[in-house]
Write a protein of this length. Sequence first.
Length: 273
Amino acid sequence: MTISTESSIELVVVNSISNTPNKTYSTDVAFRGILIGAMRRLQDTNAGFNFTYTEDRNYGPFLVSVNGVAGNNTENTFWEILVQTGGNGTTITPDVGIGCYIPEPNDRIILRFTRFNLGSHSVSGNSSNPGNLTAGNTSRLNSIELVVVNQISNTTNKTYSTDIAFRGVLIGAMRRLQTNSGFNFTYTEDPNYGPFLVSVNGVAGNNTENTFWMLLSEGNGTTVIPDVGIGCYIPKQNERIILNFTMFTPNSASGSGMNPGVLLFLVCLFFVF
């Protein structure tokens, strides 16, 4: 499932260790698509660019190599992500990695091969895997509550407690919870948007019936709809996550949390048909 609206971004590969010449590429990213989707598109269309990554169960895609150069734990080397924003040229360090950063039009993405220093922002705040690179916190767990609600069949809500790794994404906590026989879920991996929730406890969304699983977050007496899905949402300590099976409407789907870009596409189909 793709969206016709695309934006152009620039990607620059910098090796600050070997001081080889920088490589600059242009590519497109889908509307509200994640960076790894644009990188996949570039790899498919440009033989001069390639990358590899691993999938961490708690943190998602972790960038391993770019153009044949890989990070090395022994040498403390890794690929850092920097973003030079299109408007004023300010360079920022995103607090999420390639699997969750959503580029803006005309962003300049810099993949910088460098060495990390324990405790520095370059380790604790960005790169391919913010949680996994955070010194001294990788074993820390937070507790969250997950509630499964079916608004369509009006079945009894199911409430679960589970742990989530420090700065880990929601899908990691759901995977951890899935070892409990009372909870299960399935998802698909969209190349432009990442994990897309399909079913919870055997109940699946259906395009014909306009049903889907909406992600909600409850805390401090308020309920909000995250603007990212299960693959990128980072719950806080004691947060209450609600997976709500419902029918989508233009208002409910456009920011609902599974995959904002994909759900917006579904809304467009809703208007067309």
